[in-house]
Design a protein around this ligand. Structure first.
Ligand SMILES: *[C@@H]1O[C@H](CO)[C@@H](O)[C@H](O)[C@H]1NC(C)=O
Ligand SMILES: *[C@@H]1O[C@H](CO)[C@@H](O)[C@H](O)[C@H]1NC(C)=O
Length: 422
């Protein structure tokens, strides 16, 4: 039975041990106090010792949306887990500038591929790291990244395999596991959550960016995003990094790039996604609707100012879209001809993109794929201007910097950007 215990002071602190125990406890508390004091002092001094940056200063921390919030909106990753994002708060929380970035990671276009992906960080918020280093445009180092180091940073986890655009209502069952293709709902839920529950609800200026597969999502979501933003937002700029997936024939004469996007369009049910409708309704043949996801087609529908950052010799594109498996310095003449055809196509698209005065391009001859979230952001150049400088100038409306196109022949490009060959 439960009986109320009656404690006397001496039972709590036995008299013999009393004094010694108190000494030990007091000494212990003092020690803890000293450690806390030192840690605090060190973090206060951190600004002056840039070389001693702690890892966590640059990392974004994983935020997983509450399960109920996500499920109510049908917004789930491939494996059914809730959407997530990495967040690094500005060291000056009152800052109202935000970069929202959509990650790269290709596509899955069959049930088996998507099932495999659902078991990795590219398909599940349960499989991803708790924190993620944020580099390049998201760097927190104000010496190298003075324009953006104090911005709030959000990197949306790419977990849907369909460029954040899928809207397939029913999951597929593969090997008795369910796989969901709900990228558009994932994106909408993430933005709604940020705009409702975080400092984002007071945002004033936004850079909305994507890399590779993510840049396709950013391009197609940009105008919808504007409608979903808090009324405090004054400007939105869109960055498309390594996302000019032009439709050119590959080395065998097939349209591999267009075929990948066609497969993604049909497998993830992009025809169901409202953001495609303005374009798809202008297409007469249903089989041609997929062409709306081609950046060369969709950019014409985008009202938001766009800055395209692309290599004229994109390394991912060469291998996956042109099906050329050589490093540039060792490519045969036939392969090089394909590479140059792609360059010409990108330059033509650049002219189209620049027709709209709000847009800008940074086309480098240095072979690379994405640069925005990498240290290359500070070093890759076009006409002696780095991506970092070009972006800063474009955002500040310095019109003379909106067309940074540098066309070098392959041999000259390799000579000028030797450390960047991939
Ligand atoms: C998804 O598709 C349904 C109909 O299938 C539609 O009602 C809904 O608006 C779509 N959602 C988005 C975000 O496009
Ligand atoms: C952009 O710059 C390139 C290289 O200088 C030039 O050939 C092209 O005509 C320019 N395009 C526009 C629209 O200004």
């Amino acid at each position: 039975m439960f009986t109320r215990a009656k404690f006397s002071r001496f039972e709590l602190l036995p008299p013999v041990l009393c004094t010694r125990r108190v000494y030990v406890q007091v000494a212990f508390l003092l020690l803890i106090g000293l450690v806390i004091f030192l840690v605090r002092m060190m973090s206060a001094m951190r600004g002056t010792f840039v070389h001693y940056h702690l890892e966590s200063d640059t990392d974004g921390e994983l935020v997983i949306l509450p399960t109920e919030f996500a499920q109510k909106r049908g917004a789930v990753c491939l494996d059914g887990s809730p959407p997530a994002y990495y967040y690094r708060q500005s060291v000056v929380p009152a800052v109202r500038f935000w970069i929202i970035h959509l990650q790269s990671g290709g596509w899955c276009t069959t049930a088996e591929e998507c099932l495999e992906r659902s078991e990795s960080a590219l398909g599940s918020s349960l499989k991803t790291e708790m924190s993620m280093p944020l580099e390049g445009v998201m760097s927190s180092d104000c010496t190298t990244n003075p324009d953006f180091c104090l911005w709030h940073m959000v990197d949306l986890l790419y977990c849907d395999g369909g460029s954040y655009l899928g809207n397939r209502s029913e999951p597929l069952e593969v090997n008795s596991k369910k796989v969901y293709m709900r990228g558009a709902l994932v994106f909408d839920a993430l933005i709604e959550y940020l705009a409702t529950f975080t400092l984002f609800k007071d945002a004033e200026q936004i850079i909305f960016a994507g890399s590779s597969a993510g840049s396709l999502g950013a391009l197609i979501h940009a105008d919808r995003l504007r409608e979903r933003l808090p009324s405090s937002v004054k400007t939105v700029h869109l960055l498309v990094d390594g996302g000019l997936f032009v439709d050119v024939p590959d080395i065998n004469g097939d349209h591999s790039m267009a075929n990948i996007l066609r497969d993604a369009f049909s497998f993830h049910h992009l025809h169901n996604f409202v953001g495609m409708k303005e374009c798809t309704r202008t297409v007469t043949e249903e089989e041609e609707e997929y062409r709306c996801v081609l950046p060369e087609v969709f950019h014409k529908y985008v009202f938001t100012p766009i800055f395209f950052i692309n290599s004229l010799y994109d390394t991912w594109f060469r291998k996956n879209a042109l099906k050329i498996d050589c490093t540039l310095d060792l490519c045969s003449d036939i392969n090089l001809r394909e590479v140059v055809n792609t360059r010409i196509k990108i330059l033509n698209e650049g002219q189209e993109i620049l027709r709209s005065k709000k847009n800008g391009v940074f086309f480098t001859s240095c072979p690379c794929h994405t640069v925005l979230m990498k240290k290359k952001f500070f070093s890759i150049t076009s006409r002696r201007v780095t991506v970092q400088q070009a972006l800063g100038a474009w955002i500040d409306h310095q019109g003379n910097r909106r067309n940074l196109t540098e066309v070098l022949e392959v041999t000259d490009a390799l000579r000028t950007c030797p450390s960047l060959i991939l």
